[in-house]
Design a protein around this ligand. Structure first.
Ligand SMILES: [Zn+2]
Length: 71
């Protein structure tokens, strides 16, 4: 997953394809995970994606809660 284009970083982790597709869909992001047989992401980018996912999840939860409370 190329997000930062860092080429000298050795701190990578492999991507769980199924989970990453779900997260990218929720974040409305498009990335070509088929770019290699074993795609990886650097840990900084992985943390950024997780933070964005957590933020959006919180927003969606709050929106759903507001809908339930106000209806
Ligand atoms: Zn990165």
């Amino acid at each position: 997953m190329q997000t930062c284009l860092q080429v000298h970083c050795n701190d990578f982790e492999t991507i769980d394809h199924t989970t990453t597709v779900v997260i990218l869909n929720i974040l409305n992001l498009t990335m070509d995970l088929a770019i290699s047989d074993e795609p990886v992401v650097c840990k900084n980018c992985s943390r950024s994606v997780k933070m964005a996912f957590d933020f959006k999840s919180t927003c969606l939860f709050t929106e759903e809660l507001r809908y339930v409370v106000c209806s």
